[in-house]
Design a protein around this ligand. Structure first.
Ligand SMILES: [Zn+2]
Ligand SMILES: [Zn+2]
Length: 144
């Protein structure tokens, strides 16, 4: 039997791993937890400073933690009112030119990403963005 040793590479920011240094390096560049990330969305020009400001504008999640206890022990849960979520998303849209990936990066760094899954569907938003970019490209190419 032979054991084969393979290198595994890890993203410095989120811990995502892979066997290809190239892919992980590319991922790192765009990783939503990388404060100096380069955004890969079409026509996105968000700067690291703008992203940092957006992160700072999001209310601290700790404000929305509730604690309870029962016979089994103490537990806590998060509850962010819907209108607060809507206001935060509207504000991020303005700040980040509605780039879904930059918005997600800000939400993730603020610790919100897992709590607004219902209101913020990243995959759908990305798909919409690409559709729009493709349509604009077609219009430019074919002149309609
Ligand atoms: Zn990463
Ligand atoms: Zn972006």
């Amino acid at each position: 039997m032979k054991a084969k040793r393979v290198n595994r590479y890890y993203c410095d920011f989120c811990g995502k791993s892979g066997c290809s240094a190239y892919h992980i390096r590319r991922h790192e560049e765009r990783c939503t937890l990388n404060p100096d990330r380069k955004c890969g969305m079409p026509e996105c020009y968000t700067s690291p400073a703008e992203l940092a400001e957006a992160v700072a504008s999001i209310p601290d999640v700790k404000q929305f933690v509730h604690q309870s206890g029962d016979d089994l022990g103490d537990w806590e849960w998060f509850d962010i009112p819907n209108d607060t979520v809507a206001a935060v998303l509207a504000d991020l849209e303005q700040r980040l030119d509605a780039c879904p990936v930059c918005m997600y990066a800000a939400l993730r760094r603020a610790g919100w990403a897992g709590m607004v899954r219902e209101q913020f569907n990243l995959k759908e938003r990305i798909a919409d963005c690409w559709n729009e970019a493709n349509r604009a490209e077609e219009r430019a190419r074919y002149g309609y």
